[in-house]
Design a protein around this ligand. Structure first.
Ligand code: NIG
Ligand code: FE
Length: 413
C-alpha cells in the first residue's frame, strides 16, 4: 500500500499542461508554491495548493514534511546504452590525444570493441553490472530509463541484452523502456554487406524481438560511414510494421539528413542532432518529433553542443538524455547534464527541467503516465535538498537529490 503525503513543499514543480504532439511551453513549469501531493496506492491522487484541506485519513498515510524543499517529477532518461560488457578507457585517452570518435570506430574500436566484450559476457554478468548502473542513476533522481541493445549485433547477444533489460525492469525499482538497436554498427562478419545486415535485422531480428515483446522501440545509427539515410528509412519503415516506436541517432557527426528523415517517418524522437540542419529542425517541429539532446556526449567528445536555442525557438519539443554508454558518454551525471544544458546550451532552468521530465517522457512514449505531477499519474517524484528547481543547474556538478519516490515508495533517503 504505497500511501504517502508530501506536505508543504516550497515548490511543487508540476510540469503540467502537456498537450500531446505539440508539447507545451517549455518555460512554464506550472509551479505550486507551498503545495502538497497525496499519493494513494502508488498513484498521484491529489495535488493541493497552500491552504487546501487534505481530504484523506492521515492515519493511512506516511507523511513527509517537505518545507524548504522542491518536489519535481522523477527524471526520465530517454536515451542510454547501459547494458554492456567491458570498458573503453584507452579510447578515451586516445581521444584526449586528438583521435576522433569515428577514426577509432573505423579502426575496429568503438561500438565493435564493446560488442566483443558484450558477446563474451554472461547474462548474469550483464545483469549485475546493469543493476549497479541503475542504482547509481536512481541516486541522481532518475526514475525511468530507456536502454538500447546494439552491442550484440548478432541474434544471440542482441536477445541477451534485451532479456537482461526485461529482467532489470521486473526486478529493479526503476522502469526500463527497452529499445532494439540491431543497426548500431556493422559487425566484422557483415562488413561491406551493410544492406544485407539491414535485411538480417528486418527479416530475422524484428520478428523475434516483436514475438517475445522484448522492446517497445527500434533505433538505428544513421550517420556517414555507419548506415545511410536509405538504409535507415528501410529499417525504420519495417520496424513500424512490427509495431515498434521509432527512434534514430541522427546528425551526430556530420549533417546527414537524419532529422529530416525522422520528420518524414514521424519518429517518436531523433537524438544527438549536433549537426541538424535548419530545415531538419523545422521539419521535426512540424512533425512533432521529440528532439533529444545529449550534452554529456558532446562534452565528452569535445564537440560543439546541439543548437538547443534554435530548436526551442522553432517550437521543437526538446528533451535531454545522458546517453550513458562506455564510449561517447561514460556518465549518467544528472548534475552535469543540467549544468551543461543551461551554461553551454543556453537553455533556461525551466526549459531544462521540462526537457528532462515531461518531454523526455514523451520521447519514450509515456507522457500519459509519467513526467509530470498530475492526478492519475504514477507517483514517481524527486525531492530536492533546496527550495527551488533553479538549484539544479546552479549547484554545479552536485547531487542535490534528497529523496526519490517511485510509485509512492521512498527509494532514496
Ligand atoms: O549514442 N553514436 C552512436 N551510439 C552511441 C555511442 C555508442 C558507443 O560509442 O559505444 C551514442 O553516442
Ligand atoms: Fe546513443
Amino acid at each position: 500500500m504505497n500511501n504517502l503525503v508530501v506536505k508543504n513543499a516550497s515548490q511543487v514543480v508540476t510540469c503540467s499542461g502537456f498537450t500531446g504532439k505539440r508539447g507545451r511551453d517549455m518555460s512554464d513549469l506550472h509551479v505550486i508554491e507551498n503545495g502538497t501531493v497525496v499519493i494513494t496506492d502508488g498513484v498521484i491522487s491529489h495535488v493541493l495548493k497552500e491552504g487546501e484541506s487534505l481530504s484523506v485519513n492521515l492515519s493511512d498515510y506516511e507523511v513527509i514534511c517537505a518545507e524548504g524543499k522542491a518536489l519535481l517529477p522523477g527524471f526520465v532518461d530517454p536515451h542510454t546504452h547501459f547494458v554492456f560488457g567491458g570498458y573503453r578507457e584507452e579510447e578515451f585517452a586516445w581521444r584526449m590525444r586528438g583521435d576522433s570518435y569515428m577514426d577509432i570506430m573505423n579502426r575496429g574500436g568503438g561500438i565493435v570493441n564493446t560488442t566483443r566484450a558484450t558477446r563474451a559476457a554472461s547474462e548474469d554478468e550483464l545483469f549485475i553490472a546493469g543493476k549497479q548502473r541503475l542504482d547509481a542513476m536512481m541516486q541522481l533522481g532518475i526514475t525511468t530509463v530507456e536502454g538500447k541493445s546494439g552491442y550484440g549485433l548478432d541474434r544471440e547477444t542482441e536477445l541477451k541484452q534485451l532479456r537482461v533489460m526485461r529482467r532489470l525492469n521486473d526486478e529493479h525499482p526503476l522502469d526500463v523502456v527497452s529499445t532494439f538497436m540491431g543497426a548500431h554498427a556493422t559487425p566484422e562478419e557483415w562488413k561491406g554487406r551493410e544492406d544485407e545486415f539491414i535485411d538480417f535485422n528486418i527479416n530475422e531480428m524484428f520478428p523475434l524481438v516483436a514475438q517475445e515483446k522484448l522492446a517497445e522501440c527500434a533505433d538505428i545509427f544513421c550517420e556517414k560511414n555507419v548506415f545511410t539515410v536509405e538504409q535507415s528509412r528501410r529499417y525504420l519503415t519495417a520496424a513500424r510494421e512490427f509495431g515498434f516506436k521509432l527512434k534514430i541517432h541522427a546528425d551526430e557527426i556530420v549533417p546527414f539528413g537524419g532529422a529530416e528523415l525522422a520528420a518524414e517517418l514521424g519518429c517518436l524522437s531523433a537524438d544527438h542532432l549536433l549537426k541538424a540542419s535548419d530545415k531538419g529542425i523545422r521539419a521535426m517541429a512540424k512533425a512533432g518529433v521529440v528532439s533529444t539532446l545529449l550534452p554529456l556526449t558532446a562534452f565528452s567528445l569535445r564537440e560543439n553542443f546541439a543548437r538547443a536555442r534554435t530548436m526551442i525557438d522553432n517550437n521543437c519539443m526538446v528533451s535531454l538524455a545522458t546517453d550513458f554508454n562506455p564510449g561517447s558518454s561514460f556518465s549518467a551525471s544528472v548534475p552535469l547534464l543540467f549544468a551543461l544544458a543551461c551554461i553551454y546550451m543556453k537553455m533556461s532552468p525551466e526549459e531544462a527541467v521540462t526537457a528532462f521530465t515531461i518531454n523526455s517522457a514523451a520521447a519514450v512514449g509515456r507522457a500519459d503516465k509519467i513526467g509530470s505531477i498530475d492526478v492519475g499519474k504514477q507517483a514517481d517524484l524527486v525531492l530536492l535538498q533546496f527550495p527551488s528547481y533553479k538549484f539544479l543547474p546552479y549547484h554545479v556538478g552536485m547531487n542535490i537529490v534528497e529523496k526519490v519516490i517511485k510509485r509512492g515508495q521512498v527509494l532514496v533517503n
